[in-house]
Design a protein around this ligand. Structure first.
Ligand SMILES: Cc1cc2nc3c(=O)[nH]c(=O)nc-3n(C[C@H](O)[C@H](O)[C@H](O)COP(=O)(O)OP(=O)(O)OC[C@H]3O[C@@H](n4cnc5c(N)ncnc54)[C@H](O)[C@@H]3O)c2cc1C
Length: 289
């Protein structure tokens, strides 16, 4: 099992900012995962990390163990209209496998840069589709009992950017998607279209965690931020994107504290102007410096 002491979490998160974790473990089998959990228990806090595209480590770092399911958890297999994908498989790769197998349903999610584990945890969604629309079941390991269970989608309590895992902290090992037969060319075309929309509207050349805030009921976070005159607002190396006000970007040398200060500034200004308190979608973890 790969282990790194004092791991620089900038390398493992899409914001490319933040501090170090005491220990990073990358298990490739269930047995190694259990060993990693046992070791983590002795060393303080524990966090499971997927592709790091919705997580920001504060600059003081993480006092404990980060466990990142490795390559061994990235298997994707097709069985009729079902696709099973391991926790560390990327959503994009899973969608590509579905397209090659002429299975439709994953296209709207194909451009989300997350792992299956992170996407299940967050109930990731885009362009009118959400994980919960296509998930049939999830295999998970209970943090408390060590038991492995197959949980049907109906019992995953999935709602906007929420799943049962947000509450339990249990570990997603794999997920089964139930898709529909389709035409592989048409699926490809839809995926291309969604990619183009992302490329034209999102500041993808900068490190970020996508839309920083959750969508408040009845509003769009980006519009509230723009209407409050905050487009382009900068704190240190962090900026409210000029291209998409819902994104906070790292313009090069942002600390996590720049990003978090900018987040507070945006929250307070938007609240004063519109009475809406924006809630971060990004998971902010670790210690202040
Ligand atoms: C450019 C860009 C565009 C984006 N666009 C979208 C979008 O359109 N829609 C959208 O919903 N999101 C979007 N995101 C955010 C992000 O990609 C999603 O939330 C994604 O699902 C996170 O997956 P991850 O593996 O990177 O999660 P991570 O950041 O690694 O983790 C997120 C959370 O999931 C938990 N977690 C991770 N793996 C597991 C596991 N195996 N078991 C249990 N818990 C786990 C972590 O503990 C953490 O709390 C975007 C991000 C970027 C950078």
């Amino acid at each position: 099992m790969k282990r790194t002491e004092n791991a620089d979490m900038r390398e493992y998160t899409s914001f490319r900012a933040g501090g170090r974790a005491d220990l990073l473990l990358v298990p490739d089998t269930e047995e190694e995962l259990r060993e990693a959990l046992a070791e983590a228990e002795k060393r303080g806090d524990m966090l499971i990390l997927g592709n790091g595209s919705d997580t920001l480590f504060r600059d003081g770092g993480f006092r404990g163990t980060v466990i990142m399911p490795g390559e061994g958890f990235s298997r994707i297999s097709v069985n009729g209209c079902r696709i099973e994908a391991g926790a560390s498989a990327l959503l994009s790769q899973t969608a590509k496998t579905a397209q090659e197998a002429s299975l439709t349903g994953l296209e709207p999610l194909s451009g989300i840069p997350g792992s299956i584990g992170g996407a299940v945890f967050m109930n990731a969604g885009a362009y009118g589709g959400e994980m919960k629309d296509v998930l049939e079941s999830v295999t998970a390991l209970s943090k408390e009992t060590g038991e492995i269970r197959v949980i049907p989608a109906e019992s995953l309590d999935m709602s906007y950017r929420h799943s049962v895992f947000t509450d339990t902290g249990d570990i997603v090992l794999s997920a089964v998607f139930r898709l529909e037969p389709g035409d592989s060319e048409e699926i490809s075309e839809k995926m291309r279209d969604f990619t183009e929309r992302r490329n034209s509207r999102q500041p993808l050349q900068y490190p970020s965690a996508g839309s920083f805030f959750k969508r408040p009921e009845g509003y769009f976070a980006g519009k509230l931020i723009q209407d409050a005159g905050l487009k382009g607002l900068t704190v240190g190396g962090a900026q409210v994107s000029e291209k998409h006000s819902g994104f906070i970007i790292n313009t090069g040398d942002a600390n996590a504290s720049d990003i978090i200060s900018l987040m507070h500034l945006v929250q307070n200004t938007v609240y004063d102007r519109s009475g809406v308190m924006l809630e971060p979608e990004v998971r902010i973890v670790g210690e202040e410096q």
